[in-house]
Design a protein around this ligand. Structure first.
Ligand SMILES: Cc1cc2nc3c(=O)[nH]c(=O)nc-3n(C[C@H](O)[C@H](O)[C@H](O)COP(=O)(O)O)c2cc1C
Length: 209
């Protein structure tokens, strides 16, 4: 069994969960999904990790690092359970708001270091840039249009997970969609959100005393 652990606070509606869905479609093995924000009993999760042949953690990038509930899990597993697991292969699918997936590199390094302390095998990461955009294109097939690089990345990543192989981290983003356009679209999104929240420009620039 491959344990797919969703570390996003948004749970089943998250981009992380969707990227785990894409991965699961490529895996021929039984998978079990756990949403970390629904875990009430750490012992139950620990038992599932022990049972798993591989662990895939899906999560977003938060402030260039991992979400607090993932950090907490890493600390708990290290301080209380580290002698209880074998050489478990661990893989990461991470996404971020910014366009450049390379910004996820630091988070992957953090997981790599944790894996080495846990004596887990760090299998590799799939870093997805423009996660909010690619996460919203769920009706576009994963090998088409802006999803093309994501689709290729997921296939390569799934092959590594299936074979419990170590691979170089994979960095993907929207295909054929320029960064400049992405930033323009993001700015439009912020402006609309500000409007919905009744924020006006002069309020944003107002000097506070
Ligand atoms: C508290 C917080 C911190 C974030 N920090 C970053 C960041 O450092 N860099 C970035 O590109 N995106 C950042 N984001 C954006 C998320 O990574 C992005 O929205 C992602 O798609 C969320 O994925 P999810 O739906 O799986 O939770 C942050 C979002 C939140 C809520």
């Amino acid at each position: 069994m491959i344990l797919l652990l969703n570390g996003s606070f948004r749970g089943s509606k998250s981009n992380s969960n969707y990227f785990l869905d894409l991965l699961e479609k490529e895996l021929a093995e039984e998978c079990e999904r756990v949403h970390l924000n629904q875990v009430k009993d750490i012992e139950v999760l620990v038992a599932k990790i022990k049972e798993a042949g591989a662990l895939v953690i899906g999560m977003p990038l938060y402030v260039d690092g991992a979400p607090a509930q993932i950090v907490e899990l890493m600390e708990t597993l290290y301080s209380q359970y580290r002698k209880e697991f074998g050489n478990l292969p661990v893989y990461i699918i991470s996404n971020l708001g910014f366009y450049e997936s390379t910004q996820i590199g630091i988070q992957l390094e953090i997981v790599k270091n944790w894996c080495s302390k846990m004596e887990f095998l760090y299998g590799g990461g799939l870093a997805v840039g423009a996660g909010e955009m690619l996460g919203s294109l769920r009706n576009v097939p994963p090998d088409k249009g802006p999803n093309r690089k994501l689709g290729e990345g997921v296939k390569k990543f799934a092959a590594a997970v299936s074979g419990r192989k170590e691979i170089q981290d994979i960095y993907v983003g929207p295909a054929g969609f320029p960064r400049r356009l992405y930033i323009m679209a993001a700015h439009m999104g912020w402006r609309n959100m500000a409007k919905q929240n009744k924020l006006v420009k002069r309020e944003l620039y107002r000097k506070r005393v």
